[in-house]
Structures are given as structure tokens and as C-alpha cells.
Write a protein that binds this ligand. Structure first.
Ligand code: ATP
Ligand code: MG
Length: 919
């Protein structure tokens, strides 16, 4: 990919010398104000930037790179450690904890304040450490899929220019770059030449439809203030169709994109991750903020206590906080992503996308290049009457040859290559014609046009058109008859017959190209799409495209995993339906995008929900359908590889593309699959479900035991004449829990846990934590009873220190039991020997039992309870374990029996709280 191995293509490695500003200003003859970039003529600009139409020399480029720095957006450079730490402080939980800390400090409750600050520092340090590592791993992975630019450079001043693929960050001002379909615009570029060029610039302007661009040699003065001058392409946009050659006028921090860039690109609305993990975080924060006032009021009302209970109230709120959530999320996702990269070659470019992968319940795919290999082979060339006619292939090849030849950056697509190969074998020589102009393939109009001059016919230009049958037929007025070159008018009946004939071919699984031709008087100006009409229909070229070998397996497993599959393709309905049937996916009734044209919102979602295949989709149709599915409450993935898939990739919760996809698709996708193995997607989804499952397990375990503790604490606070838990004890206990719960990020859930999309229903989730929280509280209260009994039975043990020690031991032991019994991976039959969770639980038990009898116990105001206590405690714990196991079994049974149908509000729209299975 790169000829400069020591330099990475990933954004980030940029070193800008301190005098970069000054140096940049010197590039070329003088300061280059933005206005000049658009207003000067091409030649003036080339001179100003000390470049030429043949590009820079390598030496020039090297020197400019050293002086001006690499072409990277500053915000993409790696974040430093302290910065990350401060960033972690901005997390909502941390903010709430900090506020509680300030409140404690304000009432001079230094113990509580210290506890809170320690928790904040520990969780921020863990989190920023985890993020730092994850960031480094991500950057290394992204390098594997980094994009390059095609640059025209010379090895020496007198050497001919050569086209070179260069990492994007090596571009300098003055470079001459070529742009082709699917390329990212690598810097701000002034067009020198363009052919049918349109660019997506949604990232800059929000406009989703591609915008036409052309070279303007001497721009009129007014143009320079236009927000989108037609002769400028800006970094952050990408080529939709056509090709161009341009001069780099700004790189790195000087580009318009960098100037407009603020924070991480938020290109999609709320993702599944935001809805679940963030959703639950905010619910909790509301609870936490409500807790202290409630505790104060309860104490005031029942015990007549005043503000002196504030530290206690704060401690209760702190007890509720799942402060490790950000750490667990980052760790679980980063671990899942790196495992996935290692074992399946799947690269997750945005960590939360792994969670969303696990939540996907609809996956939309394109057909060509995803379900098929996109290596078409010509099988037939037939005239309008269906009889074999090599002439049709000949004209198709003339079209392919000249559309490629006249492009600024020739990127032949697979269909063109197939046509040329087949025609070449039959001795077609497109060079016997003279190429005049070309309208490159445009997926919106679904055809390409070459304008040529035929030998001996200098008075005419011939338009040679190939494309989708329906669209080409629309532009035809006549029809070739017989072999003799006679023509008749194309009436409705003939049109119907041809469409039927095409449908039959398509049902056989073939891809079809219709070919047409038309003569025109020569003209000087360029040709546009509007000129392509009144053609004569010549016939069809049928091509076969083998199915991808792994596609059938992948589709089967996806269905097993309860992911609905939809095929959104630009191809003919018949071809798409046949491919699905051959892959074992019943296509049902095939819808064409045209039929969905008038539909919006729920009506569109309903129409799409019923269909498995939507054919003749434009790029915008695909995106519209994905958006409608999402709005309907589905977590939607999109898998595609072409320029026509970009808007849908960006509209989906998770955009996925194969490694071989066009650069812009790779850039726009969240997940990149290894070459040509669709079954990897199933492994990716499983990894996502595992990571989400672990996050959900953490939340379930932490929230239910925190809730239990808080209830017990409130009760104890009201019943006891002393503080039930001292700040130091709160701290040690929380740190022990935190350390142990970290192991949940490393847990490996059972195979069964990944069987369904990892979406947890909020009502069920809340019922879960309330139920298990209450069981936990009952165990705590029983322990209090035991402690009271022991104190009564054994004289001399009636002290707060013994109470503290007794409760501490019970808390750690019950926490360990909850972890073992409520984690996702628990399944006795699986018989895993010792996992991280087992080790953590053992650790908890050891600390819980030994700390109160160790020499440090007095420091924590604890003293060992008598043996009788331990005896009775084991009885409480046994009962507690049995209650837990029973409740869990009932919960699991009810969950699986509920059978909530897909798309029902309970399952989907009602703000799914968090991914995870009930296991
Ligand atoms: N290079 C080309 N020249 C002329 N016509 C083409 C060319 N490529 C594709 N077509 C026509 O345009 C139609 C739509 O193409 P498009 O690229 O939108 O989708 P696709 O590649 O067929 O399918 P998918 O969306 O599944 O990738 C094709 O079915 C074909 O008839
Ligand atoms: Mg495609």
C-alpha cells in the first residue's frame, strides 16, 4: 500500500516545526491567501505555488514536507496522557462524584471527601490508561486500512511525471493529485481538469447528494466568495463519480475541513451505544442526585436529625455509583476489538461500534461485491430479438474503452473489465474510433456514455451508451432490426417485450447491460446527460457473477443469530432475487426502490420491513431505507463496498465494509472485514454481543448489589445510634468491589449468550436490579439481626467496630456470590476451570474474611466478631445463595418465555437500556 514504509498513513504522526506558520506562508512566491486559491487562473496559481502541471519533483516535495509538516488534521493527533486524564474527569459519573466530594468538603467531612477523591482518581487513572492503550491499538489497526492518494511526481526536474500511491499524510502544497471514483479528497485541491466529477461533501456542508465539480481556468471574480466554488474540492469530501486532476493548495491544519473541525466527527444521530450505555448512565445519575436530599429528609423526619447526616447521605449516593462503568466499557470493548482483529482480521475503527454490532437486529447488504464476487464474466451478447449478436458486445467494449481512456484517473470497474476482456478475445479494437468525450458511469442515472467519431464519418459524433436496461430503454426511440442494420421505431409493445426479455435473463441470475447508440452533429461544447436521448437500442450483454463462497454460510448463521438480512442493491430485481435464492435466503416479493419513492417515515419502514430485497436502489435510497429501519427501532447495520454504499454506511448504526472496498467506503465504515470472508461478520457480531454482555453483567451485578447496600445502609442509619459504615470502610469496600468487577470485562460468556441481539429491555432490566437488590438488602438486614443476636449472646462484643467488621465481611462475600451467580457466562455444563471472575471472587472472599482479623483492622475501626457470628453468617449466605439461584432461574424462564416479537415497542423503541442477555 505504501512505498514509504517507515512513515505511517494513519493520522497522527505529524511533527510540525515551530516556525511552520512562517514557512507555510513562504511556499511558492509569497503568501497564499485563501481568496487567491480560488480567484487566480490555474497557471498563476501553479506559479504561485512553485509547481507545474507535471507535478513536483521528489526533492521539492521532501523539502516541503520537512518544512511544513504532514498532511494531518491536528485533532486527529494522539491525545497525551494528562489530556486523557482530564478528559476522563468530564465523564458524568465522575462529575457527580466530584460534586458529592465538594459537598462533603464544604461540611468539613474530610473522610468522605478523601474517599470520593480517591475513587475519582482511581477510576480516572484506570480509564485513561485503558483508553490510552485502546487508542494505540486502534491507531495501529487503522493503519492497516489507511488510504492513499494518487500523486503525480517526477524523480528529477527533467524526468517524466509518474503516478504514485502515497500515504495521504505525505502530500504537500503544490502536489498534483488524481482523483477517481471512491477516492477521498486528500487535501484542499484546485481542479486543473475534471471529467464528470461529482463529490460527496456531506462532511463539510451537510448536503447529502453529490455535487458536480469542474475545472475553471479563469474563475470570474464573484466565484471567490462562493461557499462552494465548483473548481475546488475540499478535504473531507469524496469522489462519487468521474475523475479529475487537481493541484493541492492547502494541507493539514490549513485545510477548510481542519478549520471547521471541532471535536470528534459526530456524523450519525444517537447510536445504539448512546441509547443503551449512556441512557442507563443518565438514569442512574438522576437517582444519585435524588438520593442525598431523600436521605436527609428521612433522617430529619424519623430521627429528628439535621445537616449532620449530610456526609452519610453523600456516602449513600456514592454507594450507588457504578464508578467503574467507563473503565469496564473501554476495557471490554478494546479487548473484544483486539481479539477480533487477531483472530478474524476484523478491524473495529470506533470502539462503541463493537457494542452496536452486538445489538444489530437488521443487517442490510448490497449484492454486488458482497454476496457476489464482483468478478463478472460475459456469457452472452444478444440483439433486441434475443438472437446472439457479437456487435452488441463490440459497442459495449467501445463504450468501456473510451470512458476509461478519457478519465483523468482510470479505475475500470469490474463490468468494464469483463466487457473489454470478452471483446478483446473476439478481436475488437476500440482504437479504430476516435474518442471525443465521455460521461463516466453515474449510479444515479445507471449508465455511461462515450462520444466517439467513426472512421470515415467525420460529419458525425456517435454516442455509445451502456447501462441498466430500464434506464437505457427510456433514452431510446428506435430499435435495431435484423442483422442488416435496419431500424424501426421503438413502440410500447416492443419496450414491454424487451423488459420482459431482460427480466427472464435476470431470473437466470445474470447481470445485464443494455447497449444503445445514437448519431449527432459534431459540436464544440461538452456533452451532458441531457444529450443522451433519442438513441437506437442495440441489445444486451449478459454477465455472470459468481456468488461469494462464504456468503451462503454467513447468511444462514446470521438468521440463526436472529439478525434479519435485507439486500439493498442497485441491480435488477430478477438478478438480486436469483442470487438470494441460490444463497438459501428466500427473497419473497422483491420491491424496487421506485415503488418506495413516495413513502416516508413509518410507511417506508413498514414497506421495507416486509421486504427482503429492495432492487434498483440509488445510494440515497439505501441510506433512506437504513434510516427508516433505525427510526422504527431496529439497530441496523449496513455492509457494502461501493461508492453507492457510502451514504448508507454512514446512516447505519454500524457501517461495515470488506477490506477490498473503495477507499471512501473503508473510511466511512466503522468496521472493516478481512478480505472476502463474510462469515467474519458473524464472528464480529458475536464479539460485540460478548462485549455488551459483559458490560451488561457488570451493570446488573453492580447495580443490584449497590442498591441492596444502599437500602441496608439507610435502614441501619435509621436504626443504629452510630454510623453503620465509616468513610474508610466505604473506600476499602468500594476499591475491593471495583478491582473484582474489572474481571467482568475479561469474562467469556457462553455460546448461548450470543444467540440473540444484545438488547436489554428497560422494564425487565429495572425489574431485575430491583428484585436482586431487595434480596441483597434482605441478606444484609439478616446479617444485622445476626450481629445483634451475637452481641446479645456474647458479652463484650457489643461495639460499632464489630458491627463494621461483620458487615464488611458479609458485603464482600455476598458481592462475590452475586458475581458468580449473575454473570452472563455462568453455565455449569460449560465446565470452565478457572476464569478471571473466579480469581476475583476468591480474592474478595479472602480479603473479606481476613481483613477484619488482620493487624490493619483497627485502622478501619473494625474488630473481629466471635466465631458464632461466622457460623450464623454461613447460614445466611447459604440461604442468600439459594434465593439468588432461584430468582435467577425464574427470571431466565420468564425472559425466554416472554417471546417479545421483533420490532415490538418493548423490544426496540422504548430506549433499550443496555445490551446483554439474560443468560
Ligand atoms: N460501468 C458501468 N457501465 C454501465 N452501466 C453500469 C456500470 N456499472 C453498473 N452499471 C449498471 O448500473 C446498475 C446499477 O449499478 P450500481 O453500481 O448502482 O449497483 P450494483 O453494483 O449493480 O449493485 P450493488 O448495489 O449491489 O453493489 C447495474 O445493475 C448495471 O446495470
Ligand atoms: Mg456494490
Amino acid at each position: 500500500m505504501s512505498s514509504v514504509p517507515e512513515i505511517t498513513a494513519a493520522p497522527g504522526a505529524g511533527q510540525v516545526p515551530p516556525d511552520a506558520e512562517a514557512v507555510r506562508a513562504e511556499v511558492g512566491a509569497g503568501t497564499v491567501e485563501p481568496a487567491a486559491l480560488t480567484a487566480l487562473t490555474s497557471l498563476q496559481l501553479l506559479r504561485r505555488l512553485d509547481s507545474g502541471p507535471r507535478g513536483l519533483t521528489e526533492a521539492q516535495a521532501e523539502e516541503r514536507l520537512a518544512r511544513c509538516g504532514e498532511n494531518t488534521v491536528p485533532s486527529w493527533r494522539p491525545v497525551s496522557w494528562p489530556r486523557r486524564f482530564l478528559g476522563a474527569l468530564r465523564d458524568p459519573f465522575t462529575t457527580v462524584l466530584l460534586c458529592l466530594g465538594l459537598v462533603s468538603a464544604a461540611v468539613a467531612s474530610w473522610g468522605t471527601a478523601c474517599v470520593i477523591m480517591t475513587l475519582v482518581v482511581v477510576s480516572c487513572a484506570l480509564r485513561s490508561g485503558g483508553e490510552h492503550q485502546a487508542g494505540r491499538a486502534m491507531a495501529a489497526l487503522q493503519e492497516l486500512v489507511a488510504t492513499t492518494a494518487t500523486v503525480q511526481r517526477r524523480s528529477a526536474a527533467d524526468a517524466p511525471p509518474q503516478l504514485r500511491e502515497l500515504p495521504v499524510d505525505q502530500l504537500v502544497v503544490g502536489d498534483v493529485v488524481r482523483l477517481g471514483p471512491g477516492d477521498l479528497v486528500p487535501a484542499d485541491v484546485r481542479l486543473l481538469r475534471a471529467n464528470g466529477l461529482t463529490v460527496h461533501q456531506a462532511a463539510l456542508t451537510g448536503e447529502s447528494a453529490p455535487v458536480p465539480k469542474r475545472a475553471v481556468d479563469a474563475p470570474p471574480g464573484t466565484d471567490q466568495d462562493a461557499p462552494e466554488p465548483p473548481h475546488m474540492c475540499f478535504q473531507g469530501s469524496s469522489v462519487a463519480t468521474g475523475s479529475g486532476t487537481g493541484l493541492v493548495v492547502a494541507t493539514g491544519a490549513d485545510t477548510r475541513f481542519a478549520a471547521a473541525y471541532r471535536g470528534p466527527a459526530r456524523r450519525r444521530g444517537e447510536t445504539a451505544f448512546d441509547r443503551s450505555v449512556h441512557g442507563i448512565a443518565w438514569t442512574l445519575i438522576r437517582f444519585m442526585l435524588l438520593t442525598p436530599p431523600l436521605v436527609l429528609m428521612a433522617n430529619a423526619a424519623l430521627r429528628g436529625r439535621g445537616l449532620e447526616t449530610l456526609p452519610f447521605a453523600v456516602a449513600v449516593a456514592v454507594g450507588l455509583t457504578p464508578e467503574m462503568l467507563p473503565v469496564i466499557v473501554t476495557t471490554a470493548l478494546a479487548r473484544g476489538a483486539s481479539l477480533l482483529a487477531r483472530t478474524s482480521g476484523v478491524i473495529v475503527k470506533r470502539l462503541p461500534a463493537l457494542h452496536d454490532l452486538g445489538a444489530i437486529d437488521v443487517l442490510c447488504l448490497d449484492k454486488t461485491g458482497t454476496l457476489t464476487q464482483d468478478r463478472p464474466v460475459v456469457v452472452r451478447s444478444a440483439g433486441p430479438d434475443g438472437a446472439p449478436d457479437p456487435d452488441v458486445l463490440h459497442w459495449a467494449a467501445v463504450n468501456s474503452f473510451w470512458t476509461i481512456e478519457l478519465a483523468e484517473l482510470p479505475v475500470p470497474d469490474a463490468l468494464d473489465e469483463a466487457v473489454l476482456t470478452a471483446a478483446d478475445a473476439r478481436g475488437t479494437d476500440p482504437l479504430e474510433y476516435e474518442g471525443i468525450a465521455a460521461l463516466p458511469f453515474d449510479p444515479m442515472v445507471r449508465m455511461s456514455t462515450a462520444v466517439i467519431r467513426r472512421p470515415g464519418r467525420h460529419g458525425t459524433h456517435t454516442l455509445v451508451v451502456k447501462g441498466a436496461v430500464e434506464d437505457v430503454l427510456e433514452r431510446c426511440g428506435r430499435l435495431l432490426t435484423g442483422g442488416g442494420g435496419g431500424e424501426t421505431a421503438l413502440d410500447e409493445a416492443a419496450r414491454e417485450r424487451l423488459l420482459r426479455c431482460a427480466a427472464e435473463e435476470a431470473d437466470g441470475g445474470f447481470r445485464l447491460l443494455a447497449v444503445a447508440r445514437g448519431d449527432r452533429r459534431p459540436r464544440l461544447g461538452g456533452y451532458t446527460d441531457g444529450d443522451v436521448r433519442g438513441l437506437t437500442f442495440l441489445g444486451f450483454v449478459a454477465l455472470s457473477d459468481e456468488l461469494a463462497p462464504s456468503a451462503a454460510d454467513a447468511l444462514r448463521v446470521l438468521t440463526e443469530r436472529q439478525v434479519a438480512v435485507k439486500v439493498l442493491t442497485g441491480d435488477h430485481p430478477g438478478t438480486a432475487a436469483r442470487a438470494c435464492r441460490d444463497l438459501g435466503l428466500p427473497p419473497g416479493e422483491v420491491v424496487t426502490a421506485g415503488r418506495l419513492a413516495g413513502l416516508e417515515g413509518p410507511a417506508l419502514a413498514e414497506a421495507v420491513g416486509a421486504a427482503t430485497v429492495v432492487a434498483r436502489c440509488t445510494a440515497q435510497d439505501k441510506a433512506r431505507i437504513v434510516a427508516a429501519l433505525r427510526a422504527d427501532g431496529h439497530t441496523t447495520g449496513f455492509l457494502g463496498d461501493g461508492v453507492n454504499d457510502l451514504p448508507a454506511l454512514q446512516a447505519a448504526d454500524v457501517g461495515i465494509c470488506p477490506r477490498g472496498a473503495v477507499p471512501v467506503a473503508r473510511e466511512g465504515a466503522d468496521v472493516v472485514l478481512a478480505e472476502k470472508d463474510l462469515t467474519a461478520i458473524e464472528r464480529a457480531i458475536t464479539a460485540g454481543r460478548h462485549a455488551s454482555g459483559n458490560i451488561a453483567a457488570y451493570l446488573r451485578i453492580t447495580l443490584s448489589s449497590n442498591l441492596g447496600n444502599v437500602i441496608a445502609m439507610l435502614a441501619a442509619g435509621l436504626l443504629l445510634p452510630f454510623l453503620p459504615m465509616l468513610p474508610a470502610q466505604v473506600l476499602v469496600q468500594n476499591l475491593c468491589f471495583d478491582a473484582a468487577q474489572l474481571s467482568l470485562a475479561f469474562d467469556r460468556p457462553t455460546v448461548g449468550a450470543a444467540r440473540r441481539p444484545a438488547v436489554l429491555r428497560p422494564r425487565v432490566f429495572l425489574r431485575f436490579i430491583t428484585g436482586f437488590g431487595l434480596i441483597n438488602a434482605v441478606a444484609d438486614l439478616a446479617t444485622f439481626g445476626v450481629l445483634a443476636f451475637v452481641a446479645h449472646a456474647t458479652p463484650g462484643t457489643d461495639s460499632p467496630t464489630m458491627f463494621h467488621a461483620g458487615w464488611f465481611t458479609e458485603n464482600l462475600l455476598t458481592q462475590g456470590m452475586v458475581m458468580l451467580l449473575l454473570r452472563t457466562g455462568r453455565r455449569a455444563a460449560e465446565g470452565r476451570v478457572v476464569g478471571p471472575v473466579h480469581l476475583a471472587v476468591t480474592g474478595l472472599a479472602v480479603v473479606g474474611l481476613l481483613l477484619p482479623v488482620s493487624p490493619v483492622a483497627p485502622l478501619l475501626a473494625m474488630s473481629a466478631p466471635p466465631p458464632l457470628y461466622y457460623l450464623l453468617l454461613s447460614a445466611v449466605l447459604t440461604l442468600y445463595g439459594a434465593a439468588l439461584a432461584f430468582a435467577r432461574m425464574r427470571y431466565a424462564r420468564r425472559e425466554s418465555g416472554e417471546g417479545v416479537p421483533d420490532g415490538s415497542p418493548e423490544r426496540s423503541a422504548e430506549h433499550a437500556l443496555v445490551g446483554g442477555q439474560n443468560a
